[in-house]
Design a binder for this molecule. Structure first.
Ligand code: 8DG
Length: 543
């Protein structure tokens, strides 16, 4: 005999990573666990039945989403055909009007209750789906393994493609938590919220299928409007009010009316600057102490001046983080920055020439003491030279940022200038070091003591300890030799050499890199992408 088939609907009510299960309080299956729902009544659709059942059983309103599966199951006395849907609570508190008990279950606790026999296969499907979604949230960048290039989308150009990026490419990108942008300063603080809003809006309001285009309607004039709370409403404000509306459209079919969004505007340029500042910030902290070390080589008055300049630049950089979007601030501060830059440029020429002249002169040294004196004076010149280079790089970086002149040509010429100066510095340093090493080896004093002990024959190496010779009637050269030995014992030559070594790194690299970062991010489309949590930066060469 054919068994009677009963048609049932069940709601898998979901809240994030949990689903809601109830325990039967009556009848044949009493105490078994199930998903709330019940029989479909004549004339009802599955969805209607589900909404009614949940209202009756749980005093709660739900929205009915995707069908998970239709379960067909043969009970001894009837055949069950059960449609199971993903559902979400719209309102209500899930009051247990019929059920004996209820629980929120996660994928880990799904097996902790005794399910009705028909539900076993369903549970596996639910677990798989929760599992998949958790993986997705673990890599929030991945929306259907695609992501939208939101920052590009805010580029305010005529029309722009929102690209799909593979997870592999994304893993190679540099990942910067967007919350860090907010910490930079008030000029950047809105950015993290804006990025998040944009992503949420774009991903939730538009039913996204892989690929999107954001559209700046043709002929629209103005900027995305920002209301009092700072949120844009997608209006493009012209001189006489709303000129048009910003649109995002999935490539394909969706009608334009459905894709109007509510977003905050992101200024991609400021976003690029923020990335560069964050990069530089980390490094500046690190080199502060070595700069102090360099400063101490300088005469007092020069120290004061350079310290002052460094301080000024540091303050402008700090202020920029708060007022970077204030055009007047940028203009005024840039005068100061450019003055420092000009001075630094002149200093660079002056010190470089001075060192070059000293290096060109062929000297004969009678003793290590002479060499030491020479190393001392050359070290001071190098310290001055290096600070001038550092100030030049620092001011050039700030100049670029304050002017916000990030077109490719300007960035390139600026990088070239810094690179040339850095290369000159490095070359002169190497030449000078080699020369000092040769002087030290060939000094007369050094030859005289050669038989007694050995001094280091190259700079930078530790000087071996040498027994102090007896004092006695000696000529001048021998006295010098004695000095050398005593000095060597005290490691003063070594200390001298170490002083010079401190100056080996020209310290311009971080600024060069910072300018490169801004340039690359501003000039390369799709160099930045956000998933609302992180900013992904794609220029592996410069970042
Ligand atoms: N709601 C629900 N029913 C299930 C599940 N698994 C399962 O085997 N069933 C069976 C048990 C019942 O025989 C049938 C549902 O009928 P029901 O008894 O809840 O129907 P109902 O509330 O509309 O009507 P009533 O019989 O209580 O008056 O489906 C499940 O996960 N949820």
């Amino acid at each position: 005999m054919n068994k009677k088939t009963i048609s049932v609907v069940a709601a898998v009510i979901r809240d994030g990573e949990r689903v809601f299960a109830t325990q039967r309080g009556y009848g044949e299956f009493k105490d078994g666990w199930e998903f709330p729902g019940g029989k479909i009544e004549p004339g009802e659709t599955a969805e209607e039945a589900l909404v009614r059942e949940i209202r009756e059983e749980l005093d709660t309103e739900i929205s009915v989403g995707k069908l998970i599966d239709r379960i067909e199951y043969d009970y001894p006395t009837f055949h069950l055909s059960m449609d199971c849907f993903w559902c979400e609570i719209l309102s209500g508190d899930l009051v247990l009007k019929e059920a004996e008990d209820a629980k929120w279950l996660t994928k880990e606790t799904l097996d902790s209750v005794d399910w009705l026999p028909a539900d076993i296969t369903l549970i596996e499907q639910i677990r798989e789906e929760l599992d998949m979604d958790t993986k997705k949230t673990e890599t929030p960048r991945d929306i259907d393994s695609k992501i939208i290039n939101v920052v590009n989308a805010m580029d305010f150009s005529d029309s722009f493609a929102v690209e799909e990026i593979s997870e592999r490419a994304l893993n190679k990108a540099k990942k910067i938590p967007i919350s860090n942008l907010a910490l930079l300063g008030t000029a950047f603080s809105q950015m993290s919220e804006a990025a998040r809003t944009t992503v949420t809006t774009v991903t939730s309001e538009i039913k996204m299928e892989n690929l999107f285009v954001g559209i700046w309607p043709e002929g629209a004039n103005g900027r995305l409007s920002i209301n009092e709370s700072g949120a844009t409403v997608g209006n493009i404000m012209g001189e006489k009010g709303i000129d048009s509306r910003m649109r995002f459209k999935p490539i394909g079919e969706v009608p334009m009316e459905n894709i109007i969004t509510s977003i905050k505007s992101i200024d991609p340029t400021m976003m690029a600057v923020a990335v560069a500042l964050m990069e530089i910030n980390k490094k500046l902290d690190g080199i502060q102490s070595s700069i102090d070390e360099v400063l101490r080589f300088l005469e007092t008055d020069k120290q004061a001046k350079q310290r002052g300049n460094l301080q000024t630049l540091a303050e402008i950089m700090e202020d920029f983080k708060r007022k970077g979007n204030d055009a007047d601030f940028c203009k005024i501060k840039n005068h100061t920055v450019q003055e420092i830059q000009r001075d630094a440029r002149q200093d660079i020429e002056f010190y470089k020439t001075r060192i070059e002249t000293a290096v060109k002169e062929k000297k004969t040294f009678h003793s290590q003491k002479d060499v030491r004196k020479y190393v001392g004076s050359i070290t001071t010149s190098f310290a001055e030279y290096q600070l001038a280079c550092y100030l030049y790089a620092y001011s050039t970086f700030l100049d670029t940022v304050l002017r916000k002149d990030f077109v490719e040509g300007s960035i390139d010429s600026c990088r070239n200038k810094i690179t040339r100066i850095a290369e000159d510095y490095d070359a002169l340093f190497r030449e000078c070091r080699a020369q000092i090493a040769s002087y030290q080896r060939s000094s007369v004093g050094n030859k005289m003591v050669g038989g007694i002990g050995k001094t280091a024959d190259t700079l930078g190496k530790a000087i071996r300890s040498i027994p102090v010779i007896e004092k006695g009637p000696v000529d001048e050269l021998l006295l010098d030799a004695g000095d050398v030995l005593r000095d060597a014992n005290k490691d003063t030559v070594k200390a001298q050499v170490n002083n010079l070594e401190v100056l080996e790194n020209n310290r311009m690299g971080d600024f060069l890199n910072g300018i490169g970062v801004v340039g690359a991010l501003c000039n390369r489309k799709s160099a930045m992408i956000t998933d609302g949590m992180n900013l992904y930066v794609f220029d592996s060469e410069t970042v």
